[in-house]
Design a protein around this ligand. Structure first.
Ligand SMILES: [Zn+2]
Length: 86
C-alpha cells in the first residue's frame, strides 16, 4: 500500500481508495475507473502518486484504446438561473 501522507488542504491522513476520475481530452470526456488514489476523508481532496500519474498519461494518450472503450451518456445541461426558479 502506498503512503499518501496528509492532505495539503486540511492536514487529514489520506486513505487509499479506488476512485473514478474524469478527464477532458480534446473536448472529449474520458472516465478512468478503478484508479488508485489517496482520498481525503475530510475534504475530498484526491491525489495520485507519480507512477499512477504517468500511467494515467499513457492511458489518456492511447486514442485507440479510448476509441474502443465503452461509452456512457451523461446529462448535459445549461447553466440557467431562470430554470432554477420553481
Ligand atoms: Zn483534506
Amino acid at each position: 500500500m502506498y503512503n499518501y501522507g496528509k492532505c495539503e488542504i486540511c492536514n487529514t491522513l489520506l486513505e487509499e481508495k479506488n476512485i473514478q476520475q474524469d478527464f477532458w481530452i480534446k473536448g472529449k470526456l474520458v472516465v478512468i475507473e478503478n484508479l488508485p488514489a489517496g482520498v481525503c476523508p475530510q475534504c475530498g481532496e484526491k491525489v495520485v502518486n507519480g507512477e499512477v500519474g504517468e500511467h494515467i498519461d499513457r492511458l489518456l494518450k492511447d486514442s485507440n484504446r479510448i476509441n474502443k472503450a465503452p461509452t456512457i451518456s451523461v446529462p448535459f445541461i445549461k447553466y440557467e438561473i431562470e430554470s432554477m426558479a420553481v
